[in-house]
Design a protein around this ligand. Structure first.
Ligand code: B12
Length: 149
């Protein structure tokens, strides 16, 4: 999976009925751990979702701007740096400011158990920690992320 805004296929801004659910996989922050992000991007692409991967070292502004530009239905964030308590709520907040509060934000990485309820309270729908089977993540996305109207 290549760098900034690599796409699994050409995207179009037109919203056609029956189009695929579109997910942005983002790597906010400064850590270079990208295995998880790439594995999740591939698993979701193989499951039939349209995937856009931001590449490493993205700011919340870059992620929200890419999400708006690509008109995505969900954002999956991978973070192993420990900065999740700031970066993830900031992304949710910026989406709300852009009237994109109906984009489902989820993610995974090295997240202490006690931080997960706090992230949920701030609008992050779900977090997955190391060892989660890919099938569980695919089923969650299928169930939870639908095309936005
Ligand atoms: C491999 C690895 C590296 C590799 C990274 C290679 C790469 N290109 O990714 C290298 C050697 C480069 C590396 C470097 C460092 N690492 Co490192 N690394 C690891 C290690 C051993 C495994 C991470 C991994 O790839 N796991 C496999 C993937 C598939 O798992 P995953 O990302 O967790 O993803 C799963 C879930 O978390 C979830 N998920 C993750 N992302 C997403 C996204 C979405 C959308 C969804 C739905 C789910 C999801 O689903 C996945 C499947 O279950 C972990 C320890 C560990 N056991 O996790 C430490 C670890 C992450 N590293 C750590 C550290 C400290 C570092 C360094 C700072 C060390 C140093 N002093 O240099 C550097 C930082 C480098 C940098 N530029 O950021 C710490 C982080 C501590 C923290 N956050 O509190 C860890 C936890 C080790 C430790 N116990 O201290 N590291």
């Amino acid at each position: 999976m290549a760098s900034a805004l690599a796409r699994s296929r050409e995207t179009t801004k037109e919203r056609k009925p029956g189009r695929k659910v579109r997910i942005l996989i983002g790597k906010p922050g400064l850590d270079g751990h990208d295995r998880g992000a790439k594995i999740i991007a591939r698993a979701l692409r193989d499951a039939g979702f349209e995937i856009i991967y931001t590449g490493l070292h993205q700011t919340p502004e870059m992620i929200v701007s890419a999400a708006a530009q690509e008109d995505v239905d969900g954002i999956g964030l991978s973070i192993l740096s420990g900065a999740h308590n700031y970066l993830l709520p900031r992304i949710v907040e910026m989406l709300r400011e852009k009237k994109m509060g109906n984009v489902v934000v989820f993610g995974g990485g090295i997240i202490p158990d006690e931080d997960i309820p706090k992230l949920k309270r701030k609008g992050v729908d779900r977090m997955f920690t190391p060892g989660t089977p890919l099938q569980e993540i695919v089923e969650y996305v299928r169930e939870r992320v639908k095309p936005r109207k």
